[in-house]
Design a protein around this ligand. Structure first.
Ligand SMILES: [Zn+2]
Length: 259
């Protein structure tokens, strides 16, 4: 029988019948895979903890005909604090859906797995603004799947000095002249702060990218650019993003009505 020993993050779990679950795991050794966890909902199952949504665990899996079967699982990190906050959990669920969308079954992308794990870790253990984490994660994710935006010179003509605008559809900076030929209305003029921050996010080492803060104005620019860039190139509606945005707009209304 074929055995796979790997670490992996549970990115989806579906209940099957009364006692079983089918989980999707983003693994180090085999990329995204599906596995059945039999009897996991029985009270004394040894698989309960390690197969929960958002658990990063050590797995021993048997390869079955269609699915793997979880034989053993041991928790390495369960991102406990994320589960205690609806807001954090909503961000985490979106991060995970996004990763799941851009990797195909069996496709290894350990850079993305590492980025996702680091982002979840910062979300879980610190009070860093999750809006900033979202932008960092989105931009860095695009880069790991081959869509790094050009932040050096005009993407159309190569002009370095006049490249002050950002165009998602062109894939990076554009200059005044080239801007006139772009039909999309979503091109925006970048502030120096936003450009500097984007360069930092994309060109720094992974362990450095969570250690800075931005002004509210730069945050707003980055919110717009990261989302527009991502949705331009990954043409999909993310349910978890809609949910997150609804949640945040309710939170906003609440905080305004208390002022
Ligand atoms: Zn140009």
């Amino acid at each position: 029988m074929n055995i796979l020993r790997t670490q992996g993050l549970v990115i989806k779990d579906i209940n099957v019948g009364e006692a079983d679950k089918i989980i999707t795991i983003f693994t180090r050794r085999n990329g995204k895979i599906q596995a059945s966890a039999r009897g996991v909902k029985r009270p004394r199952s040894k698989l309960i903890a390690g197969t929960q949504f958002l658990c990063y665990s050590d797995f021993v899996l048997y390869r079955g005909k269609d699915l793997y079967r979880v034989s053993q699982s041991e928790v390495i990190e369960n991102f406990y604090n994320i589960r205690n906050s609806i807001e954090k959990l909503s961000y985490a669920t979106y991060f995970v859906e996004l990763a799941s969308e851009v990797i195909d079954e069996g496709y290894i992308n350990n850079k993305l797995l590492k980025l996702l794990l680091n982002t979840l870790y910062v979300l879980s253990t610190t009070d860093r603004d999750p809006r900033l984490l979202k932008v960092i994660y989105e931009l860095r994710l695009m880069s790991t799947i081959g869509y790094a935006p050009n932040l050096i010179a005009c993407t159309s003509c190569g002009n370095i000095e006049q490249a002050k605008y950002f165009s998602s559809i062109i894939g990076g900076l554009v200059c005044d002249k080239c801007l006139r030929n772009i039909k999309s209305r979503n091109n925006i003029m970048l502030s120096a702060g936003a450009l500097h921050t984007m360069r930092y996010i994309l060109y720094s080492k992974l362990n450095k990218i969570f250690s800075f803060e931005v002004s509210p104005k730069v945050q707003e620019e980055l919110d717009f650019i990261a989302k527009d860039f991502l949705l331009t190139h990954i043409d999909k509606e993310f349910k978890t993003l809609k949910y997150l945005e609804n949640l945040l707009s309710i939170k906003n209304m609440d905080s305004k009505s208390h002022q």
